[in-house]
Write a protein that binds this ligand. Structure first.
Ligand code: NAD
Length: 245
């Protein structure tokens, strides 16, 4: 079904607090390219090669080539309106949890407290030898950078071919299977296991509201075909109208 804010807003009020699953699309308006962005980083570097654990083990410089710049410019990337709306929804008790595939840390920067970063975060980097932690943007120079102890540094992200952290996965499953409404925002819904979360939510009876510039989750009950900043703002606007009645 195409977007109908007047239907979605009362449903969110009725089924609150909801859970949000987010992907790279929500950060596109913060200037961070998605896998499919035209002219973006990923046209040049195949993520399945550059962001795989096999490649990192063979040649960590490859991963630092694609991620080093973001880590060192960490403070310049800021949440956009879509992240800020989700933070406001959490404060209004409309939203109880954000499950994100993103590794940019922008949900936490926006003020959301209950965030599960299932693919980890570029904010933290650690030494594979002595476990010393570095917080972005404060990471030693070098491609790849090394710790004083001589160990190579690895950002705390889940690479292709690596297991997701068990605790994060359990939280994601728990939140997905116990919510009554899930917002699925800016994800192509192809990377597993994240892609299965809305399916599980729906099997347990939750309604799915997708916010994306193109349909990616055909099973969604409602489709808001807009940029995340616009779609989420309009939903919140409608909710505020109801609250003020
Ligand atoms: P994806 O790149 O496969 O898909 C992005 C989706 O966002 C698409 O469906 C696209 O239509 C949609 N989109 C693009 N711009 C949008 C906008 N302004 N508003 C709403 N939707 C928009 O992303 P994915 O599904 O998250 O999977 C990619 C994987 O890559 C994830 O595992 C993630 O960890 C990683 N990744 C993360 C970042 C980040 O942290 N910001 C960026 C790129 C890739």
């Amino acid at each position: 079904m195409e977007s109908n804010y007047k239907e979605i807003a009362p449903l969110m009020m009725k089924l609150k607090p909801c859970v949000a699953l987010t992907g790279a699309g929500i950060s596109a308006e913060s200037g961070i390219p998605t896998f499919r962005s035209k002219g973006g980083l990923w046209e040049k570097y195949d993520p399945m090669v550059y962001a795989s654990i096999e490649t990192f083990q063979e040649d960590p410089a490859k991963y630092w080539t694609i991620r080093g710049e973001f880590i060192r410019d960490y403070d310049t990337y800021q949440p956009n309106k879509a992240h800020l709306v989700l933070a406001e929804m959490e404060r209004m008790n409309l939203l109880r949890h954000v499950i994100t595939q993103n590794i940019d840390g922008l949900h936490k920067k926006a003020g959301n407290k209950n965030v599960t970063e299932i693919h980890g975060s570029l904010r933290e980097t650690y030494c594979l030898k002595c476990s010393q932690e570095f917080i972005a943007p404060h990471v030693p120079e070098g491609l790849p950078p090394y710790c004083d102890c001589g160990g190579v540094l690895k950002p705390n992200t889940v690479l292709f071919g690596e297991q997701l952290p068990q605790g994060a996965l359990e939280t994601a499953y728990h939140e997905s299977t116990s919510c009554k409404l899930m917002l699925v925002i800016g994800t192509s819904a192809v990377v597993q296991p994240a892609a299965s979360l809305p399916v599980l939510a729906q099997q347990k009876g939750a309604k799915i509201v997708e916010v994306n510039i193109e349909r990616a989750f055909p099973g969604a009950d409602f489709m808001v075909k807009e940029k995340a900043s616009i779609g989420l703002s309009k939903i919140l606007e409608q909710i505020k109208k109801i609250v003020e009645l």
